[in-house]
Design a protein around this ligand. Structure first.
Ligand code: B12
Ligand code: SF4
Length: 612
């Protein structure tokens, strides 16, 4: 009885709203099954309504289906087969969605963006989602237009930070010119939706914009796009129109075991098969973003996070984080490779009690992988926390130190950072073989010429780590932007229209723009000179060789943030400059090997790192 299928007929009729497609029934159907059919077909969100045409015997013989008018859509969804049993399926055209993240034009980003995997997991079933990270697979405007045409893409989602937005718009323009709708999301378009939608006179780049966190709006966006009825903006609101931050308690399981992650493998293809059998297996190495919570209440003046994610902090359950780590660990093992995790929470220890409970659960489940997390210095006073970080697999902690000058810190509402305790915090970590990525900003209001050297003098007294230097940047919608705008200090109010790496967009108070640029250059040049790198490597001489290899490789990679080293020639130059350190390390490797005195340390003995 329920085996009968609904076959689409070729008869079509135009209506004011769209096209009728007639669907014939090749056998009898009872009312219950017919209703099930209607519900399922409508839920597939491809058609507006189904009307059953009932014969006197109360058995519907055919149904007319209203599909969206072609003038309102770019891809017509089709139902090719529908079963009165309530199941419906499309034989040919499920919507294929491309999620694209533009490259930053400077470095080959070491890690893919979480939003792509998250939205992929939140896409309603029936659609296929493909990901392109421009950092891993460089692609230009012509390339993306060709890609969407050749792959029959029905919707393109683009996410970008302010710094990549100009490229994002160019790519969006190319996609739209190819006749495919574009939805944009992420921090920049959330702050500047009118710009993306061309509402203030500029060019329109996006058909739709997803404001804020899109976890709950993404399924609606996909449904509307499939119907050819994209709205201009999607905001995360409740039924009363009030802003609603998604809870992370029901977090989607990202299928890390089955996702195609080839583009994110940083081990060169040539050596991968060989390294697969080296020790625990190094055939692949990927850094995977994982979040355990969202939100930061601190409200630093230059930061978009408090405005974007809100000051209410939300966490995933410990179990869902632990399960995700176990899945990643299993995948790495199954393919003879390595996976390191970057906990992208803005402040991984914002609630120390909860962080400790998560770390204990990670340890109890043997879910340790090597990981990096961002934690503010004030929270690392806690010995027990640092102890648990080390035991749970933490290897590098990113610390937004910003400045060694308390006045600067107070100016940007980050007075909770106490430069006087930086050294003790870093030593506490190093004592447990956890090291720090220390981030500084120059061009702050109290900075004067020589700030880079003063900062470096401090850094040289700390355990060796990975210092990074930037310039304070007024990002749209931050309190810093508003303050500088009101003071008439913005020199490039729309600095994102033409992104220039390491360039000020406003005048510092106590030095010139050129002087600020020179400071940042000096910081990088000194911290990553061959001598400084050799010194950092040497400072680990009391530890197993793996630590020296570790800090050496990490320093070489981080050097590329300021000094572009894309391509083999650039790398050869770096190797040449650091030849002495390389020779020392190689010599030590051979002497260890020949003498058989030192076994290579196992993974658990090494400091580990994202690049070890
Ligand atoms: C991890 C991270 C990095 C990583 C790299 C990014 C990566 N590969 O993941 C590292 C450490 C390298 C990094 C570096 C930088 N970062 Co960063 N980073 C982050 C961080 C902490 C997490 C990003 C994340 O995954 N969030 C979690 C996901 C779920 O949120 P999301 O990305 O916003 O996505 C949600 C929505 O935005 C939306 N969405 C996003 N994209 C799209 C696309 C579509 C189509 C749709 C529908 C929806 C949608 O849906 C998602 C789910 O709700 C954020 C802060 C934060 N908490 O977001 C800063 C942040 C993104 N970074 C920021 C900045 C400024 C930088 C740097 C420029 C800092 C610097 N001065 O050097 C560099 C630039 C790096 C580069 N690529 O060039 C700013 C960006 C602000 C802005 N307006 O652009 C942020 C917001 C932090 C801040 N201080 O304000 N960063
Ligand atoms: S502590 Fe970090 S994430 Fe929180 S507001 Fe300050 S800079 Fe932003």
């Amino acid at each position: 009885m329920l085996a009968h299928s609904w076959q689409p007929s070729t008869r079509r009729k135009e209506s004011a709203f769209g096209k009728f497609r007639k669907v014939c029934l090749d056998g009898p159907i009872d009312e219950k099954a017919a209703n099930r059919f209607i519900v399922t077909v409508c839920a597939a969100e491809m058609i507006h309504c189904v009307r059953l045409h009932t014969l006197p015997a109360a058995v519907p013989k055919w149904a007319s289906v209203l599909v969206p008018a072609e003038r309102n859509e770019r891809r017509t969804p089709e139902i090719v087969e529908a079963h009165p049993s309530g199941k419906s399926s499309r034989k040919s055209t499920t919507m294929k969605i491309l999620l694209y993240s533009p490259d930053n034009g400077v470095t080959r980003n070491f890690m893919p963006h979480l939003w792509m995997f998250l939205l992929q997991s939140l896409t309603p079933p029936g659609h296929e989602v493909v990901l392109i990270d421009g950092n891993a697979q460089p692609i230009d405007e012509a390339g993306i237009a060709r890609y969407v045409r050749e792959n029959n893409i029905g919707l393109v989602g683009i996410g970008a930070m302010t710094r990549m937005i100009a490229k994002a718009y160019r790519m969006a323009d190319a996609v739209r010119a190819a006749g495919v709708p574009v939805v944009m999301g992420g921090p920049h378009v959330t702050e500047m939706p009118d710009e993306a939608l061309g509402r203030k006179g500029g060019k329109r780049h996006a058909d739709a914009v997803a404001l804020g966190e899109a976890d709950e709006t993404w399924p609606k966006i996909v449904a509307d796009a499939a119907r050819g009825q994209l709205k201009e903006t999607y905001a995360p609101v409740d039924e009363f129109g009030q802003e609603r931050k998604p809870s992370l308690q029901e977090y989607p399981a990202i299928p890390w075991n089955s996702l195609d992650l080839n583009q994110f493998n940083v081990v060169p293809k040539l050596v991968g098969p060989m390294l697969k059998h080296f020790r625990d297996g190094w055939g692949t190495f990927r850094i995977i973003p994982v979040e355990s919570g969202r939100g930061c209440p601190y409200g630093c003046e230059f930061c978009t996070v408090t405005g974007f994610f809100g000051d209410s902090i939300r966490f995933r359950t410990n179990k869902s984080v632990v399960d995700e780590l176990l899945l990643l660990k299993a995948r790495a093992k199954s393919e003879g490779g390595q996976i390191a995790v970057f906990f992208i929470d803005d402040n991984f220890a914002i609630n120390p009690k909860r962080t400790k409970s998560l770390l204990r659960d990670i340890i109890a489940a043997n879910a340790q992988v090597h990981w990096v997390a961002q934690i503010s210095a004030n929270l690392l006073r806690d010995e027990e926390l640092v102890e648990l970080i080390a035991a749970a697999g933490g290897k590098w902690i990113f610390i937004g130190m910003e400045s060694i000058d308390p006045t600067n810190l107070a100016d940007v509402n980050k007075g909770f950072n106490k430069p006087g305790e930086y050294a003790a915090v870093l030593q506490r970590l190093a004592d447990r073989n956890v090291f720090a990525i220390t981030s500084f900003m120059f061009g702050m209001d109290n900075d004067t010429v020589g700030v880079a050297e003063r900062t470096l003098q401090q850094i040289r007294t700390w355990p060796a780590g990975l210092p990074i230097f930037g310039l304070i940047t007024p990002l749209p919608s931050t309190p810093l932007y508003a303050r500088l705008e009101a003071a008439g200090r913005l020199t490039r109010p729309k600095h994102w229209e033409e992104f220039i790496p390491f360039a000020m967009a406003h005048t510092p108070l106590k030095m010139s723009i050129a002087e600020a640029h020179a400071e940042v250059k000096y910081g990088w040049a000194q911290a990553y000179s061959p001598e400084a790198i050799a010194q950092a490597v040497h400072s680990f001489s009391h530890k197993p060789l793996a630590y020296r290899i570790n800090i050496f490789v990490s320093r070489l990679c981080f050097r590329g943030i300021y000094f572009p080293q894309m391509g083999p020639l650039a790398w050869l130059k770096v190797f040449y400059e650091n030849g002495q350190t390389i020779r020392d390390i190689v010599r030590e490797c051979f002497s260890d090997w020949f003498s058989g005195m030192t076994k290579l340390p196992t993974r658990s003995e090494t400091a580990g790192t994202t690049v070890d």
